[in-house]
Design a binder for this molecule. Sequence first.
Ligand code: ARG
Length: 467
Amino acid sequence: MKLWTGRFHKELDKTTNDFNSSISFDSRMAKEDIEGSIAHATMLGECGIIDKEESQKIIEGLEGILSDLSSGALQIDPSAEDIHTFVEGELTSRLGDAGKRLHTARSRNDQVALDVRLYLKKQCDLLYGQLSDLVKVLCKKAEEYSGAVMPGYTHLQRAQPITFGHHLLAYGEMFKRDLSRLADTKKRMDVCPLGSGALAGTTYPLNRLRTAELLGFSGVTHNSLDGVSDRDFCMELASDIAIAMVHLSRFSEEIILWCSWEFKFIELDDAFSTGSSIMPQKKNPDIAELVRGKTGRAIGDLTTLLTMMKGLPLAYNKDMQEDKEAIFDACDTLHMCLTAFIPMVDTMRVLPENMRKAAAGGFINATDCADYLVGKGLPFRDAYKVTGALVAYCIEHTYTLESLPLEIYRQHHELFSEDVYEAISLERCVNGRKVLGGPSPENVRTEAKRLLQETEKMEAAYSACAG
Ligand code: ARG
């Protein structure tokens, strides 16, 4: 059924219909479309815009459609123009004239803006729950490995000693920011556009606040042009998702490195790795690689939305139908990635001895050696130079700073004495980094607790204001 047959003399060309149709991807909003229509019909009845009995008939008809769709008794017609057309057509074929009254004081333009908001609010909740789970897993693991010394890197060169727990909490902080971005996005998304009509509102005496209340929105949009043509909430969510995916991708990149034989800092559980069809020894980190790879899609989805919107005059334009595939794909991608990623991280075997071994090479205690001299009164720049010369000496004569004889130290500077070995021990280097936000085991335990508590608080606040 077409909703706009009045001024046309011909049926729409079949291939054009397929091109124009959005049913293949917007049918996933069937439930939201029906919920929106039920609220609209309720309000129309309450305001006396349509008959009370007719409103009731419409509501029951819509409930019937919803339950038939979920039981499978009713199939979505793939030739329908979109989900809105399909539901209204089905309602009219069931109810006759009453069905035709549903669209009073409404346009598909405010209807689609509503459906997408309703659908994405639920997606925010789903992703919020998953991201909080991830933060919790990271807090647990960080606490467990708060004392596991590993090399910290800059330029992928061993730089200074840190702890594995500290490294995990760095990701914990990123995902916590992702949580707060999601919560923020949902807040701005949480306004009801129904009543904006096609673009210019309506002459019917609607109670917009009532419809918003029935649908659980915190408020309504305040400009009809903006109400139908705003897709900021899609762009914002896609941006949140792209950023979260970038975080997951960096983490994945590290997991891929860590489980290589070159690092061997971790081993992935067999349930979360794959083999090779030809090389019997292989155990591949496919999940982490796929997450890294799929990040491209999420970034692409954001780019699609920004580019699609950038040249559009007010108000609705059909270009905007393209919002759905992009934002749905972004949501699905993050959802799927987190579903696989969280248990993969939760079950990975951490190999602290190998981390410790890697930390013992590469002179990552050189800064601490310089700091030792500073402690003895030498200005840092001089201490830096002396230590640089020591490192060069060690490389040339295959020593580490730990194994270098005291007399050689003393040949480089007379301030060195026996206690230098204690000062440059890895444990001492890590334990000493107690500055707020530093990697000492003590700090990691405190920060893991704090992050967990803050995440739980954020979750509680999120569900308290969940619209
Ligand atoms: N399928 C359309 C979309 O997704 C619904 C809105 C159609 N409105 C219109 N005036 N053609 O954007």
